[in-house]
Design a binder for this molecule. Structure first.
Ligand code: UDP
Length: 430
C-alpha cells in the first residue's frame, strides 16, 4: 500500500492551539488549523511545527485525526511578540531537524507560513532536498508602506522575503492583490505564484435570525446594528467605524449601535487592550459612547451570534492581506462593508454581497451604511448573495483541494526529475 504523503507545516508564531482575537493570534492560526485538518481528510499526514510558548505544553500534541502539533523549543517557553522571534529561528530550525531524527518522520513536502518560517524552510529544503511552498499571510513591503516607522518588523524582513520568493518551489498568494504585490515589490516570477484564496467554515458560521442571535448575546432592542469582529489593532482602523457611526447618527434619527468584538481578554479591558481605551474615548468625544458596545475576545463557536446580531458587518483596515472575518460574516448571511484593499476587494462583491469603500474615509463609510440602513431589502438580498458566494468559492475543503493539487504537481515534478536522473546529476552523482 502507498505510504501517506507527509507534509510539514512550519508556522513559527501561529499555532492552532492559540486563543484567537488577541494581538498575534488571528487569521493565520485559523488557516493553519482548518487547512491541516482538511488536508488530513484527503489522506495527507500533517505535522504543524510551531514555537513552544507554554512550558507545560507537550512536545507532540495529537491535534486532530492525521494532524499533530509539534511544539519546538526556540527561546523562552512564554508568549513573545512575533517581531521578537527572528533571533530564535536558527534554534527553531535545528530543533526541527533533531525532532525529525528522534521521531523518524520523513516529510515529502514543506509548507511555510509567514516569512520567518519561510527562512527556516529554505534551509530545510536544501538539506532535505524536498519541494517547499510558501504562504506569506502578510508581506513586509506592504506593512512598511502603511505603517512606516511604527513597523516593528526586524530590518532583515524584506531581504529574507525576496530570497524566499526567488528560491521556493511555489508561492501561494491568497488574492490577486497579493500576487500583484509579489510581482511589483519582490520581482516574483508570475509562473512561481499560484492563487489559492482562503476560506471559512460554513458549518460554524451559519445564518442565525436576528432575534435569536440578539437574545443569545443578551442584546435588547431592535435598532440598526453594525458589527466589527477582529483583532484590536490600529491598522484595522475601528476608529474609522466609530467616526462613521457618529456621522451617521447625526444624519439619521433612526436608532443604531455598534458591537465591537475582539481584544486580549474576554472582558473589554483597556488595560490589556489599549485600543479599546482609545475607541471609548473617541466615541465619548463624538457623542456616541452609549452606542458602541465592547465585548472583548470571543471564541469562534459563538461568533455566529455576534455576526447574526448585526444588520451589517464592517471592517475598514488600512490594508488587509486576506481577511477571514468578512468571509465569516458573509457565511452568516450578513452584508459586509469593507475597505477596497487587499483580499477584501476580492471577497466582497461590490454592490452584490456588500459594499466597498476607500479606507480612512469615515464620510464614505457613513454614506454606505446610510444606504444599507435605509434599504432593508437590499441588505437582506446582499446577505443571501454573501452566503451563496462563500459556499461557492471560499470553503476550507476547496482551499485544501486547490492546495493538494499544487502539492501533487510539485511532487510529480520531483518524481519526474528523479526518474530522469536529473536530480542525481544535480547532486554530482554522475
Ligand atoms: N477572532 C476570534 N475571536 C475574536 C476576534 C477574532 O475568534 O474575538 C478570529 C476571527 O473569527 C478570524 C480571526 O480571528 O477567524 C481573524 O482573522 P482575519 O484574517 O480576519 O484577520 P487577522 O487577525 O489575521 O489580521
Amino acid at each position: 500500500m502507498k505510504r501517506p504523503t507527509r507534509i510539514a507545516f512550519i508556522s513559527e508564531h501561529a499555532s492552532p492551539v492559540a486563543v484567537l482575537g488577541s494581538t498575534d493570534a488571528g487569521g493565520q492560526n485559523v488557516y493553519v488549523d482548518a487547512v491541516s485538518r482538511q488536508l488530513a481528510r484527503r489522506g495527507y499526514l500533517v505535522d504543524i511545527f510551531t514555537r513552544r510558548e507554554d512550558a507545560s505544553a507537550a512536545e507532540v500534541v495529537n491535534w486532530a485525526p492525521g494532524v499533530r502539533v509539534i511544539n519546538l523549543v526556540a527561546g523562552p517557553a512564554a508568549p513573545l511578540p512575533k517581531d521578537e522571534l527572528w533571533p530564535w529561528m536558527p534554534v527553531f530550525r535545528r530543533n526541527f531537524l533533531q525532532f525529525m531524527v528522534r521521531d523518524g518522520a520523513r516529510y515529502d513536502l514543506l509548507h511555510a507560513h509567514f516569512w520567518m518560517s519561510g527562512w527556516v524552510t529554505l534551509g530545510l529544503r536544501r538539506l532535505l532536498n524536498i519541494p517547499a511552498v510558501q504562504l506569506f499571510h502578510a508581506l513586509g513591503a506592504t506593512k512598511r508602506r502603511h505603517q512606516g516607522s511604527a513597523d516593528t518588523s526586524p530590518p532583515e524582513r524584506m531581504a529574507v522575503e525576496r530570497e524566499i520568493v526567488r528560491e521556493m518551489d511555489r508561492i501561494i498568494a491568497q488574492c490577486p492583490a497579493e500576487r500583484r504585490e509579489l510581482q511589483d515589490d519582490y520581482a516574483a516570477d508570475p509562473n512561481s505564484i499560484t492563487v489559492v484564496p482562503g476560506g471559512t467554515n460554513c458549518d460554524m458560521f451559519q445564518p442565525v435570525p436576528h432575534a435569536e442571535a440578539r437574545q443569545r448575546i443578551g442584546l435588547q432592542g431592535n435598532e440598526f446594528t453594525i458589527v466589527y469582529v477582529g483583532r484590536m489593532l490600529p491598522r484595522k482602523d475601528v476608529r474609522n467605524v466609530v467616526r462613521a457611526l457618529a456621522i451617521l447618527s447625526h444624519q439619521s434619527d433612526l436608532p443604531m449601535r455598534m458591537l465591537v468584538v475582539g481584544g486580549e481578554s474576554a472582558d473589554p479591558d483597556p488595560a490589556t487592550t489599549p485600543e479599546i481605551g482609545v475607541l471609548r474615548q473617541l466615541a465619548a468625544e463624538l457623542g456616541v459612547a452609549d452606542r458602541v458596545l465592547f465585548y472583548g475576545k470571543r471564541q469562534p463557536e459563538v461568533l455566529r451570534y455576534f455576526y447574526g446580531a448585526g444588520d451589517v458587518a464592517v471592517t475598514t483596515p488600512w490594508y488587509e492581506p486576506f481577511g477571514l472575518t468578512p468571509l465569516e460574516a458573509m457565511a452568516c448571511g450578513r452584508p459586509v462593508v469593507g475597505s477596497a484593499v487587499g483580499g477584501l476587494s476580492h471577497t466582497i462583491h461590490d454592490g452584490v454581497t456588500g459594499l466597498l469603500v476607500p479606507p480612512r474615509s469615515p464620510e464614505r463609510l457613513a454614506a454606505s451604511l446610510h444606504y444599507l440602513l435605509t434599504h432593508p431589502e437590499q441588505r437582506i438580498a446582499m446577505g443571501y448573495a454573501a452566503r451563496a458566494r462563500v459556499e461557492r468559492e471560499f470553503t476550507w475543503p476547496t482551499v485544501a483541494q486547490r492546495t493538494a493539487t499544487l502539492y501533487e504537481s510539485l511532487l510529480a515534478e520531483r518524481r519526474q526529475r528523479l526518474e530522469t536522473g536529473l536530480l542525481t546529476r544535480e547532486l554530482g552523482g554522475d
